[in-house]
Design a protein around this ligand. Structure first.
Ligand code: MRU
Length: 349
């Protein structure tokens, strides 16, 4: 996608280094972060320099390739197994990460060069899946639509295009009149910082709303549809996504508003029979207690926004039961959130 006049992807690999847009600095500063080793790429995923299911999947695949490409004088298989474990320990919830590591690991057992080819394929597939999700999702958007989205499932959360936002980008380019209500998405503010930045760059009309404003807006008839992304989808159609998604789904049901999830097949996990099997990441309480922004001189500052001495609890994801989901927009088509439809989707792989 364009940043100013230049086209960027969220993450890519050149030589043996992985490059990514530094998302912790957005929207205040645009900087590219280089990871020369697999260990640097692991740190970047853990510290959320890169985040979002597809983007961390691609980065993890590249990290696995970096491990295979390392010069080594010790037992190679031991180092590779350690690297795989390190990469898989970076973040627990997004299935795409494990999907990518597994593909690149198996390819790398043939040769390090093969691992690199596979990692690039994973990234290209993420990009093309997102593009198709945009096409399939755009068909669901009317000539004029007010859409609510939560967190960031735009191009920054994938290699390019995104999932929840891809249909919106395409709808606007097709001449549809779209307006986006962007949940700020506490505690890290990925809606207010990242989705708003993406939409602003793409000149898509939007407004940031407080996380607790959705019911008011839905009751007032201001939302026509909800589109969100997903970090992992269980075999029965339960969907793990950024904390707060479940609440939006219940509200959408109450007000008769369609609630769509947009995700590629690399996000589905048939080994998780239901959402109860999805590991939910718990993150540092500091993300709740402190907020980061810029002061009047443009310097990045971190400030305490809660009562000093109190502790915070910070689960990063929740699980929306399948029954609340109108449909899942995948790169292969729109499916129902149920076991039979997901089984068929994955059998066609
Ligand atoms: O914690 P993050 O930012 O990596 O979480 C992922 C997300 O951004 C959201 O849950 C998103 O809606 C789905 S990821 C495409």
């Amino acid at each position: 996608m364009l940043v100013g006049e230049k086209s960027y992807q969220t993450v890519w690999m050149e030589g043996t280094s992985v490059f990514m847009i530094e998302q912790n600095l957005l929207p205040f500063e645009f900087r590219i972060h280089e990871c020369p080793t697999y260990w640097d790429t692991c740190m970047a995923i853990t510290e959320m320099v890169i985040r979002g299911a597809g983007a961390i999947g691609a980065a993890a695949g590249f990290a696995m390739a970096q491990a295979f490409l390392m010069e080594r004088d010790q037992d190679q298989s031991l180092i590779i197994r350690e690297a795989k474990h390190d990469i898989e320990s970076t973040r627990p919830t997004a299935k795409n990460l494990f999907y990518a590591v597994d593909r690149v690991y198996r390819a790398g057992l043939i040769s390090p060069e093969n691992a690199l080819v596979e990692a690039q394929k994973v990234a290209r597939q993420d990009e093309s899946d997102s593009k198709k999700i945009g096409e399939i999702g755009s068909a669901l958007i009317g000539k004029k639509a007010n859409i609510l989205t939560h967190c960031n499932a735009g191009w920054l959360a994938f290699v390019d295009y995104g999932t929840a936002l891809a249909p919106i980008y395409l709808a606007q380019s097709e001449g549809k009149e779209v307006f986006v209500y962007v949940d700020e998405t506490r505690p890290r503010g990925q809606g207010a910082r990242l989705t708003a930045w993406e939409l602003f760059n793409a000149k898509i009309p939007h407004v940031i709303i407080p996380d607790n404003a959705a019911a008011y807006l839905m009751a007032a008839g201001k939302i026509d549809m909800v589109i969100v992304g997903a970090d992992r989808i269980a075999a029965n159609g339960d969907v793990a996504n950024k904390i707060g998604t479940f609440g939006r789904a219940i509200l959408a049901r109450e007000f008769g508003i369609p609630f769509y999830v947009a995700a590629p097949t690399s996000t589905f996990d048939l080994e998780c029979k239901t959402g109860k099997g999805i590991p939910i990441e718990e993150r540092s309480q500091d993300e709740v207690l402190y907020q980061t922004g810029t002061d009047s001189n443009g310097n990045l500052v971190k400030v305490l926004v809660c009562s000093p001495g109190s502790e915070a609890y910070n689960p990063a994801f929740d699980v929306t039961p399948a029954k609340y989901i109108t449909g899942i927009i995948t790169e292969k088509g729109l499916i129902k959130a149920n076991h039979a439809s997901i089984k068929k989707l994955m059998e066609d792989e």
